[in-house]
Design a protein around this ligand. Sequence first.
Ligand code: NAP
Length: 522
Amino acid sequence: MATDRIQSYLEGRWQDGTGEGSPLVDPTTEAVVATASTDGIDFAAALGHARKDGNAALAALTFAERGALLQRMSTALHDRREDLIASAILNGGCTRSDAKFDVDGAILVFSHYAELGKELGDTKLLVDGDGIQLGRSPRFWGQHVFVPRNGVAILINAFNFPAWGFAEKAACAILGGMPVITKPATATAHTAWLATRAIVEGADVPAGVFGFIGGGVGDLLDHVTGQDILAFTGSASTGAMLRSNPKIVEKSVRVNVEADSLNAAVLGPDLDLSSEGFNLFVREVTREMTQKTGQKCTAVRRIFLPEANADEVIEALGERLTGLAIGDPSSEDTRMGPLASARQLADVQKGVALLREESDVVVGDPDAPVEGPNGKGYFFAPVLLKARDPQTARHVHAHEVFGPVATVVTYSGEPEDAIELVRRGEGGLVTSVYSDDKKFTEAMVLGLAPYHGRVYIGSSKVRDHALGSGLVLPQCVHGGPGRAGGGEELGGLRGVQHYMHRVAIQGSRPMVEKICDTKPAS
Ligand code: NAP
């Protein structure tokens, strides 16, 4: 089979690196599907072009016009939807359903921010709060506004969402007036490359506004300025390394990090096994463990169960986990495909070995190999473990196994006990609480809120309406403190403001109101 050559789109043209490049592999068959190299590409020139032409092009557009651009990008992706889905199956090992999750997520997030641009209308500044009287009389006036930054948003993403991952960042940045250079993880960059081709060929994007790096970033970060932004999604270790890059530190570059997260699901003691809330818990927790083969930043990694009925709950979870059809992701019957790469499989196996030092396997067999259709592939069946001693177990709260793996930790049934255990994760993207007991739920939500970007409440009342804790929606913030990187994305307008600069304008009231376009209609 002929392999594709992934090129980078920088300075308004496709550029190829020198040399053979890194192989991109089909994780189902282990066949090489593409290669990518950025060796020899001039990243300083790429940044310079985006800053000059991209900034100027976006500065000339109102929010409504930038919204229209985002809508064109959404439509361009939609027009190539089937190709993108096929690519995510081929290079990501996604089932069709998992591929749609990524690709449709990208299409939707662009169109969500397109709509927001339309609502913001024919203006270029974002007013932040009311004007303020600063002197003894209202003559001397102050007003906070957000203005576009005069730099480039560098978007570095993880391997697991090659389409949505760049789209959720790019939509906010472009609406905020910043050109973007996106860099997907090399291992699964095929889908992001096809998405870039769709955008370049179909969205009439002004020169310099959208760039794409297919491979390593070379010396790009040595050329950043204080007007640029780095938004990163990936492992905590890479995030920490990028954050402490000397040039980033020297230039005070704004950095947003989305990193590891040991997301928890807590079952309240009030939900008996026949309740609707319990059914919701089992359905959602097993889905959050296995969707995208557990390679989701919001996947459930820790399951907190009241010790009184933990064994029965594990049995119910096990029934769903062991019945799952694993195999060729292009087959309609398959419910879970392989892990995305050989490195992922090795990391998951190593992570499970670490967890087993203090936990027992209660569902699945991590030692039994799972073979793909041609006897190859990076397959791994779901595994549920149970911490032997909830009070002394450490790895379960510190090591994220990025696959279909979770660990049960039992607690007394008291909210204080569960809160203390969940907090040992030291900050996460999302925690879900399943209960119909208002007092328990309130205590859990307030106790866990400071440690999470999102707290999700599953109860019998929302059984048929809940969307699942793993779904990242553009309306709500995505991110988390501490281990999760301390970043924040999305959340409607909040996500756009991260890519803008807030400034206080002070002066005579009529002048300030004219510049900020806040003069009340007379
Ligand atoms: P990773 O190995 O940290 O890589 C993430 C990105 O960083 C990739 O694009 C990678 O490029 C790039 N990178 C690596 N070294 C770099 C360097 N020296 N300079 C510039 N860029 C560099 O993470 P991953 O394996 O792709 O993703 C898995 C991890 O991501 C998991 O730990 C998961 O928790 C986390 N994650 C978090 C979220 C969230 O929203 N919080 C979402 C998804 C995943 P190359 O591929 O070219 O090396």
